[in-house]
Each structure stands twice: as C-alpha cells, then as structure tokens.
Design a binder for this molecule. Structure first.
Ligand code: DOR
Ligand code: ZN
Length: 349
C-alpha cells in the first residue's frame, strides 16, 4: 500500500479569498498547500477592470505576507465579465500577465453575480477579442431561468449556452468550472481539447443525499448544487482518469457560520484547509493515487500555459485520521471547514 506521496506543488484553479478581514483569516490555508491559485472576482463590488485586479492582487499578497506562511503562493487574477467590460482592457491585462482568465457569471447564478451577463450577445465583442488573443473564459455553467429545476441547470447551460458559444467561437478556450454532472464531464470530452473542466473536492465526495437525508446540512450547500450519486461517480471517474482536461479547482468559498446556518443560507463550502487530504482519499479509493499529481499539479498548469511547479509537497498516510480542522475565527462569528464525513488518513507533511 502506498503510504507516502510526493507531488509537484499543487495549484488551485478556482478559489474565493474574499477581501478585508475574511481574506486575512482564510488566505493561510491556501498559501500553505498551493503554488498558484486562480482567484475569483465576485467581490462586492466585483473585480471588473485591470485596475481593480491589480489592487486586489496587492491586497492578497499583503495578506499572505502578514499570515506568516512562507510559500511561493501566487495569486492568478481574473476579471468579472460584465456587459460593459472593455475588450482592450481585458487584452492588455492578459498581455502584461496581470490576469489569467475572465469569469462569466450568468446574472443571478450565485453569490454576488448581480453584475453578471444576461445575454451572450452583449459580451460577444469581449469574447471575440479573447478568442483572438487566446485568453481563457472561465464559466459558472448554470442557466438561471426560473423555470429550470436547480438540479438541471448545468445540463441546460451546456445545451443552450456552451454548445452555441463553441459553434460561434470554436477558437475560444473555455474552462467549465466546478463541473457537477456526467453532462459536464461529457462536454469536456466533446470539446476538441478547447474545453477543460475543473472539479472540487466536495463534489468528488458528497452527493445530494449527504446534504438532505436525515436533516438539511447547510455546510454542504453550494452552487452548482451537489447532484445524485451517479453524477458524483462520473466526476470521480473523470478526475482519476488521467485525462489532461480535468483538474482541481476547489471552489473553496468561505461564509460566516451565521450566513450558512440561516433560514436562507449562502452557497459555498470552505474546503481549503483539507483539500489535499480529501483528494488523496478519493484517489486512493479509486486506486488511482498515481494519477493524483496530474489532477492537482499538472493538467491545470498546462491548460493555463504555465510550467509545472518545481517545488514539491509530500502527503503521508497515517494510522490516525486527521482531526477535523478547527473553525476559522472571524471578529463576530466563525467559518466551518468542510467535513467530508469520512476519516482522512492522508496528512500533508
Ligand atoms: O457555492 C458557491 N459559492 N458557488 C459559487 O459559484 C460562488 C461561491 C461563493 O462565492 O460563495
Ligand atoms: Zn466559485
């Protein structure tokens, strides 16, 4: 049995770090284990221009420096696509290396998505400029039409938004972020190498029964919502397959406990403290530990045009399971890390 794994230092290709006091509280968990993290722009107000992205990047780096974690942590910035985004601002920000991608939130799809896109036609000039300059579009792939059932929103997005977009702009590279269904897996495989899929630790570990049977567990509520078991299995199969277009994006999304344990709770799972232990558990169970490095350290870096990290991280399988991660204190509240509901024997050394 493998009990020790040394991997190129992993990257997280989808992370919410927030801002201000929350940023200060959560950044260490990611900086400890990851080299590059793709930072989501859904702040209030969102990160829309290159000026916003530059300022946010500086706030993140200052918070890392204050956190006391000594690492090569590198925030990779994204811009939040709005219907007034200026194509040349995007192209310039990518050319200087300030931004790595542009994020499409369908308006109303999730936390702080009010400034998102209501119609793809309205952002076509930006998307055309991105295709021409090989800038990746990251998408939150869910329709927001009220008639569409929440469990069908990803599949419907693929059919009604992603496929038409791909026909219109086949050169545009698209990351279908945090895929949650077999349909998402298929869309990546059908993408002629131009579509990648990021997958979260929680979607690899829990299904909708875990969230809803025997009581409602608000800390498992996230968007896109966790689906039925067959979809979880399709995600595990994709992640552990070794295919280059699937990689880790944690979607670690901290919310104060009071905002989660509420009559109308927020979406988001804060998994940054134990991501690698969770992923190793999934890969071990699938007898695919030899494929883990590809998923966490190689495929995403190549997709975004970077060298694989030459630093390493080591995980060790111990007899004693990791204790549950402590809650992260906020001034008036705290944040509960992801509890996968199974023991985690893999520890980051
Ligand atoms: O669960 C989620 N939380 N999904 C998202 O798309 C956004 C995120 C957040 O920002 O809280
Ligand atoms: Zn997210």
């Amino acid at each position: 049995m493998t009990t020790r794994l040394t991997l190129a230092r992993p990257d997280d290709w989808h992370l919410h770090l927030r801002d201000g006091a929350t940023l200060e509280s959560v950044v260490a968990a990611s900086a400890r284990d990851f080299h590059r993290c793709l930072i989501m722009p859904n702040l209030v107000p969102p990160v829309v221009t290159s000026t916003d992205a530059q300022a946010y990047k500086e706030r993140i780096l200052a918070a890392v420096a204050r956190s006391g974690v000594d690492s090569d942590f590198t925030p990779m910035m994204t811009l939040y696509l709005t219907e007034s985004t200026n194509p040349s601002d995007v192209v310039d920000a990518a050319a200087t290396g300030l931004i790595q991608a542009v994020k499409l939130y369908p308006a109303g799809a999730t936390t702080n998505s009010d400034s998102g896109v209501t119609s793809m036609d309205r952002v076509m000039p930006v998307l055309e400029a991105m295709a021409a300059n090989d800038i990746v579009l990251c998408v939150h792939g869910e329709v927001t039409t009220p008639e569409v059932d929440i469990f069908d929103r990803e599949a419907r997005f693929i059919e009604t938004v992603l496929h038409p977009l791909r026909q219109r702009l086949p050169e545009l590279r698209v990351t279908l972020e945090h895929i949650t269904t077999a349909d998402g897996v298929q869309a990546v495989r059908d993408g002629d190498g131009q579509v990648a899929g990021s997958i979260t630790p929680h979607h690899l570990m829990i299904n909708r029964n875990h969230m809803l049977v025997g009581g409602i567990r608000p800390h498992y509520y996230c968007l896109p919502i966790v689906k039925r078991e067959a979809h979880r299995q399709a995600l595990v199969q994709a992640a552990t397959s070794g295919e280059a277009r699937f990689f880790l994006g944690t979607d670690s999304a901290p919310h104060a406990r009071g905002a989660k344990e509420s009559a109308c709770g927020c979406a988001g799972v804060f998994n940054a403290p134990n991501t690698l232990s969770c992923v190793a558990t999934v890969f071990e169970q699938a007898e695919a530990l030899d494929k883990m490095e590809g998923f966490v350290s190689v495929h995403g870096a190549r997709w975004y045009g970077h060298e694989v990290s030459d630093a390493t991280i080591t995980l060790e399988r111990r007899e004693d399971a990791r204790s549950l991660d402590p809650c992260v204190a906020l001034e008036q509240d705290d944040i509960q890390p992801f509890d996968p509901g199974v023991p985690l024997y893999w520890h980051v050394v």
